[in-house]
Design a protein around this ligand. Structure first.
Ligand SMILES: Cc1cc2nc3c(=O)[nH]c(=O)nc-3n(C[C@H](O)[C@H](O)[C@H](O)COP(=O)(O)OP(=O)(O)OC[C@H]3O[C@@H](n4cnc5c(N)ncnc54)[C@H](O)[C@@H]3O)c2cc1C
Length: 407
């Protein structure tokens, strides 16, 4: 609740100036707040010289209430008969967080057939698996998934919930956060526990990727975060190597009521998009085109190189915006996050929005004619030169005499 004391307000005009949301204007000599635009950020109240603006915030949980929430949950996305790779990446990070908190790590699986493969989640680090499996959970329905996960969370009170920032996670996690009246930080790139108050420090790019913001959720539980695929490395799935040997895994099957399964969504048709070429997110080699390749025609040489290396073609946003290649190939903040064994960048400058999507690559090779290009700051091997010349040399060497395409 925000209110302006008309007696105290002098109409000085400071608050409309400082409000970033355009939510305050002067009507006569008094400040008036547009509640549809106001986010209760408090900047106006802090800057009001007459102390005429008051913000009353909802009472937040006491320390004792927050203390009732314990343990780390990972949403185990189950689709098309298997767990998504990001689940294992999150279980690896979740294990670290649970150990830092001295709590249990629980994987929560929802979907038809998810029970059959639940043991694999234990091998990846979960102490316990909660499974909601029913034939009626065959196709994903965000309202049903949101209701089941939020019901389980309000009953069992986990301190932290992590999920993949996949199309499924993005679709229903915000609903879960709303139902639980807590916060959610999307697209985190780092997560850690602050020992003194058990806060989950959720770091993500902000302001177009130029800053890294660390966000905390001090007064509400659970603390919720989504993480894009390929940001964290999955632990070894070998039971012995993973250090999970000998640990008992508990599998709890959830009873679902007709109420849980009721959906307001009617799926008329499902269409699976036929994406051409190898899957970018799971390729071990990615040959990436930047604006420096010069023209759409020159993509052919990169595709040829990618084929010889059994890899995929990636692109910067400059290339996808130009319409040279589809958006599915884009790597970066508004594209895919990738972590191949080998990333080759041709004519890529290395803008921060691109780097956040590929910095996890094991070996980065960059070709750029500008020796000061930022991509060289992250490259394992840098080649200062013309992309066309270097490409032809690589094609001749690697693709057994091929080349002369594009350029
Ligand atoms: C909110 C936001 C989100 C964004 N999200 C993304 C994203 O997800 N992914 C992304 O990639 N970008 C993203 N961008 C855009 C990003 O800021 C850069 O503009 C983009 O990455 C630049 O692409 P580029 O490196 O291909 O082009 P440029 O920056 O134009 O670089 C071209 C490079 O090619 C080199 N070059 C030119 N000719 C040759 C030659 N003959 N031989 C060798 N080198 C040559 C040049 O020296 C230069 O370094 C985003 C921007 C914003 C604001």
């Amino acid at each position: 609740m925000i209110s302006v004391d008309k007696e105290l307000c002098s109409g000085c005009g400071v608050c409309p100036d400082v409000c970033s949301y355009g939510a305050i204007s002067l009507v006569g000599d008094t400040a008036q707040v547009d509640l549809d635009k106001c986010t209760l950020c408090g900047t106006c109240a802090e800057n009001c010289p007459a102390d005429a603006i008051t913000i009353e915030r909802e009472e937040t949980g006491s320390a004792a209430e927050l203390d009732q929430w314990r343990g780390v949950w990972v949403f185990a996305e189950f689709r098309n008969g298997e767990y998504a790779p990001v689940v294992f990446e999150l279980l690896g990070k979740g294990r670290e967080l649970a150990d830092a908190l001295g709590e249990e790590l629980c994987a929560v699986a929802i979907g038809s057939g998810s029970r059959d493969q639940a043991e694999v989640l234990g091998n990846a680090g979960a102490d316990r698996v909660l499974v909601a499996d029913s034939p009626e959970l065959e196709g994903f329905s965000e309202d049903v998934w949101a209701r089941i996960l939020s019901r389980l969370a309000s009953e069992q009170k986990p301190e932290v919930i992590l999920a993949g920032a996949t199309s499924m996670g993005r679709a229903f996690l915000p609903q879960v956060a709303t139902m639980l009246e807590t916060g959610l930080t999307a697209d985190c790139t780092q997560l850690e526990i602050r020992a003194e108050d058990r806060a989950l420090l959720q770091t993500r790019p902000a302001f177009g990727g130029n800053l890294l913001a660390t966000i905390v959720c001090p007064n509400h539980r659970p603390q919720m975060a989504t993480v894009r695929p390929n940001v964290f490395r999955a632990p070894s799935m070998d039971f012995e190597d993973s250090g999970n040997s000998g640990r008992q895994i508990e599998i709890d099957e959830i009873e679902l009521s007709p109420e849980d399964l009721k959906s307001g969504v009617r799926v008329v048709e499902r269409k699976v998009e036929d994406l051409q070429g190898p899957d970018l997110a799971n390729s071990q080699v990615i040959v990436t085109a930047g604006r420096g390749i010069g023209s759409e025609d020159n993509l052919k040489a990169l595709e040829q190189l990618a084929n010889c290396l059994e890899g995929a073609v990636g692109a910067t946003r400059a290339i996808t915006d130009a319409g040279w290649i589809s958006h599915h190939h884009q790597i970066g903040q508004t594209g895919a996050t990738v972590a191949p064994k080998l990333y080759l960048g041709f004519g890529v400058s290395g803008a921060i929005q691109h780097l956040v999507g590929m910095q996890g690559s094991e070996i980065i090779v960059a070709v750029n004619k500008d020796p000061d290009a930022p991509i060289f700051d992250v490259a394992t091997y840098g080649i200062v030169g013309d992309v066309h010349e270097i490409l032809q040399l690589l094609l001749q060497r690697i693709c057994k005499g091929a080349g002369q395409t594009g350029g």
